[in-house]
Design a protein around this ligand. Structure first.
Ligand code: ME8
Length: 517
């Protein structure tokens, strides 16, 4: 079977301010999925970046008395360094202000024009700058007093200007069919809303603006810049080289986005692609929102958290693990320092860290660090091997594959518990006196299981896993599911690999003082 590549993208963020925890959450989730696919031996391409055009950026820059380009340069840097700090393994960090992106956006525009899908008219209607979205009057909701708000609760303004329109209405039937295709839009709970929106009847979409110039120029139409979402969505093609040869990475395997921008990704974007005669993405997943102790973060509430500071306080892997383990992927979730500390200490520190520490420390102390010898396995050993193997070949991969990220972490933790039950019942510290040969077999069994579990959880806690696998002496090329199931133990033992004073993997976390009060 020909190898199918895996192309995953996050939304590109508006760099009108610094990144918040929601941005970190999405980047980490995408990274976990990308790393899992690599672990399965697939060729992966992973793209993230910043969405720099539009009125929201232009206005924010004006407020600060600087140019939009200057604002974008500064803020985009924070997004990129957040990804780096959180160990997000992107292949391309795209900025929509880059020249190749302007070229790609103009090319898709011309392809839509060639299909007869663009025409000049006058736009009159509501626009939300915060959402960079047009809304029909029927969608607006009452705010406090007389003002009307968008369905997302953001302010709207009445806008009248000459504009290019895209024949969205033409794609109504095709879009309905696409939205009803199993697996295209997940979780399924988001599907009905989109189907209802299309069934109401689609109106053509205004796709250019003339009242400002911070955007991609409409080819051959002076004074028009593209509606920011037209260029933003095109970033997924730019990164592959569009309009030149895109290789075999398109259509994308997965666009990972938040629930607030599902309409853009499952209605507008597929319609643009259909118009340009390009295949539509295979899957769009709209994850939930992350709340701070159940509340939306906002400057006025003073509860905005810098994700990089959070990682510095608790550790990158503790934060990554917490986010994946705590929240059912697809639903909203909440975080707090207490909850992070509790999960990290209980599950990473006590359950997995101690298991590794006890086993390796025991080998270092009692066998001078030389790997224990295996002299025939008992039923208990085989039962543990079977449980761990099932976890790493069935339960964990199936959960990751279906984007049930929380379940993947849960399945891993269950296998860790099985190892802990085994170490307690086999009690190598007692065997040391009564049956030193059996003690060695027990330690070797644990050694193999720990290595396998370190590989299986590496998408979530890559740095800690790598550190543990280094200590264990597992060569890089065996750090895949297939590799770590091969018979590497005896060759490693014969190689005289030694375990010397293993360092604790997960230092015990305390709540910062101001949180503990
Ligand atoms: O929407 N929890 O950019 P953005 C989880 N530029 N996810 C959240 C979140 C939260 N509290 N807040 C936001 C944009 N997000 C556009 C995207 S894509 C071609 C253009 C998610 O900076 C949000 O849903 O407002 C989106 O997926 C991403 O963060 C970037 O949001």
């Amino acid at each position: 079977m020909a190898e199918t590549p895996f192309y995953i993208t996050t939304a590109i963020s508006y760099p009108n301010g610094r990144p918040h925890i929601g941005h970190a959450y999405e980047a980490i989730a995408a990274d976990v999925i990308a790393r899992f696919q690599r672990l399965m031996g697939r060729r992966v391409r992973f793209q993230t970046g910043t969405d720099e055009h539009g009125l929201k950026m232009a206005r924010k820059a004006e407020e600060q008395g600087r140019t939009p380009a200057d604002l974008a340069d500064e803020m985009s840097g924070y997004f990129r360094s957040m990804c780096d700090a959180l160990n997000v393994s992107y292949d391309r960090f795209i900025r929509t202000s880059e020249p190749d992106h302007h070229r790609a956006s103009q090319a898709i525009w011309q392809a839509m024009e060639a299909s007869g899908d663009l025409y000049l008219d006058r736009y009159e209607g509501w626009y939300s700058v915060r959402d960079e979205a047009y809304y029909d009057a029927s969608e607006l909701v009452a705010g406090e007093g007389v003002e009307k708000l968008s369905p997302q609760g953001t302010p709207v303004e009445w806008t009248v200007e000459e504009s290019w329109f895209f024949r969205l209405s033409k794609y109504q039937d095709q879009l309905l069919e696409l939205l009803k295709t199993p697996g295209f839009l997940e979780p399924a709970s988001r599907r009905n809303e989109m189907i209802a929106f299309v069934e109401q009847g689609l109106r053509d979409l205004s796709v250019s603006r003339t009242s400002f110039d911070w955007g991609v120029k409409v080819p051959g139409s002076d004074g028009h810049v593209m509606y920011v979402w037209v260029d933003a969505l095109t970033n997924y093609l730019t990164g592959l080289g569009y309009p030149d040869d895109m290789g075999d990475m398109w259509p994308a395997s997965l666009h990972l986005i938040g629930k607030d921008i599902v309409r853009f990704h499952t209605i507008y974007w597929p319609a643009f692609l259909m118009s340009a005669n390009l295949p539509v993405p295979q899957k769009v997943f709209g994850h939930g929102f992350l709340l701070n102790r159940g509340q939306k973060e906002s400057k006025s509430l003073g509860n905005v958290t810098d994700p990089v500071e959070l990682a510095e306080t608790f550790g990158v892997d503790a934060l990554r693990y917490f986010l994946m383990r705590e929240v059912a992927f697809g639903q909203d979730g909440s975080y707090s320092p207490e909850a992070i500390v509790q999960r990290a200490n209980g599950e990473l520190g006590n359950a997995f860290g101690n298991l590794a520490q006890r086993t390796l420390g025991f080998i270092a102390k009692n066998l001078d660090g030389y790997l224990p010898a295996i002299r025939g396995h008992t039923d208990a050993d085989n039962a543990l091997f079977a449980a761990v193997d099932r976890a790493i070949t069935v339960d964990i991969p199936e959960a990751f594959e279906s984007l049930a990220l929380q379940q993947a972490a849960e399945a891993w933790l269950q296998a860790v518990f099985a190892c802990n039950a085994y170490i307690d019942s086999e009690a190598p510290w007692t065997l040391r006196k009564t049956d030193p040969e059996r003690m060695e077999t027990v330690l070797a069994t644990l050694y193999i299981c720990i290595a396998q579990l370190a590989v299986a959880i590496s998408p979530v806690i890559p740095a800690s896993s790598a550190k543990l696998l280094d200590t264990l002496g597992i060569p890089e090329d065996l750090r895949t599911i297939q590799g770590i199931r091969s018979h590497w133990y005896s060759p490693l033992a014969e190689n005289d690999h030694r375990i010397i004073a293993p360092a604790p993997l997960f230092p015990r976390l305390e709540l910062p003082l101001d949180e503990a009060e």
